[in-house]
Design a protein around this ligand. Structure first.
Ligand code: ADP
Ligand code: MG
Length: 266
């Protein structure tokens, strides 16, 4: 079943013994997490489980009290980088991109220009807009437009897109930078059912090309995209396995599904 057993050189990220407390409360508690190269991983867990904090720790937004988060940049130990020692922009430059829930697009510029702008973050907005795209740039933008399925909207302003399309554009803006690791926090939030399905298809299409971590609440969506699923609870990995394994686990049902039901009632 588990054909993707992780030989060390297949790993792109290893978090070990990570702990982070806020005022004595351990939001992340001795967390161990291993991500394979090209893997699509879903991380689920109830509100407050530590999912977003974990992403903050990977991206250098928050520093852990204990533990290491190693990015395996290349072959061999020499290529290992401990992300917990890096600043947010340094982590980003290493090829670790994060999508927040609120899209940060240039609403008055075209979809195409938004992608052009994200090819090189160091270029200023004005410079980028007067820059004549090189053939390689056009090729990259074309490839991203196809992935996010916005080819026929590329000349329209980003502000005119639907909520879902804006989210795809932002994923596209991150993809334009060729990230090794892409972190996505609740991508389907606020989307229509159809948009949610297309978002799942988009994320699935990234498998093998990027290593992707998707944090998600919506179980139907998780079911659609699930490969290996990690269940976080109280800042610790409660269970890990395929969707059916975790979804049928009594402890998972208790802490995650049970609580979700409870929250709906409240
Ligand atoms: P999730 O994303 O799984 O819902 P979070 O990572 O946002 O959970 O939060 C985990 C816990 O850590 C919560 O109890 C939250 O209140 C707490 N927490 C997160 N960030 C901070 C912070 N900057 N200061 C204090 N407490 C925080
Ligand atoms: Mg969160």
């Amino acid at each position: 079943m588990e054909s993707k057993t992780h030989k060390p050189h297949d790993l792109v990220l290893s978090a070990q013994g990570v702990t982070k407390a806020f005022d004595g409360f351990k939001a992340i508690n001795d967390l161990n997490f291993y991500l394979g190269e090209g893997e699509l991983r879903t991380v689920i867990g109830p509100n407050g489980a530590g999912k977003s904090t974990f992403m903050d720790l990977i991206t250098g937004r928050t520093r852990p009290d204990e533990g290491t988060i190693i990015f395996h940049k290349g072959e061999g130990d020499k290529e290992n980088v401990d992300l917990t020692r890096m600043k947010e922009y340094q982590v980003n430059r290493l090829g670790i991109a994060r999508k927040f829930q609120a899209p940060s697009i240039y609403a008055n510029h075209s979809v195409f220009d938004n992608l052009l702008l994200s090819l090189d973050r160091s270029r200023s907005l004005v410079k980028a807009l007067f820059y004549k795209p090189a053939p390689a740039d056009l090729e990259k933008i074309g490839e991203v437009l196809e992935t996010i399925r916005l080819q026929d909207r590329q000349h329209e302003t980003a502000g005119s897109l639907s909520h879902g399309q804006k989210q795809w554009l932002e994923i596209g803006m991150l993809l334009a930078q060729n990230p090794r690791i892409l972190l996505v926090d609740e991508p389907a939030a606020g989307m229509s059912d159809e948009e949610t399905v297309r978002t799942g298809e988009l994320l699935l299409s990234l498998e093998g090309k990027h290593s992707v971590v998707v944090v998600e609440h919506d179980m139907e969506f998780v079911r659609q995209i699930a490969r290996r699923v990690t269940v976080l609870h109280q800042g610790h990995v409660l269970k890990e396995g395929n969707f059916d394994f975790v979804a049928s686990d009594p402890e998972v049902i208790e802490v995650y599904l049970g609580r979700q039901k409870h929250e709906k009632v409240a």
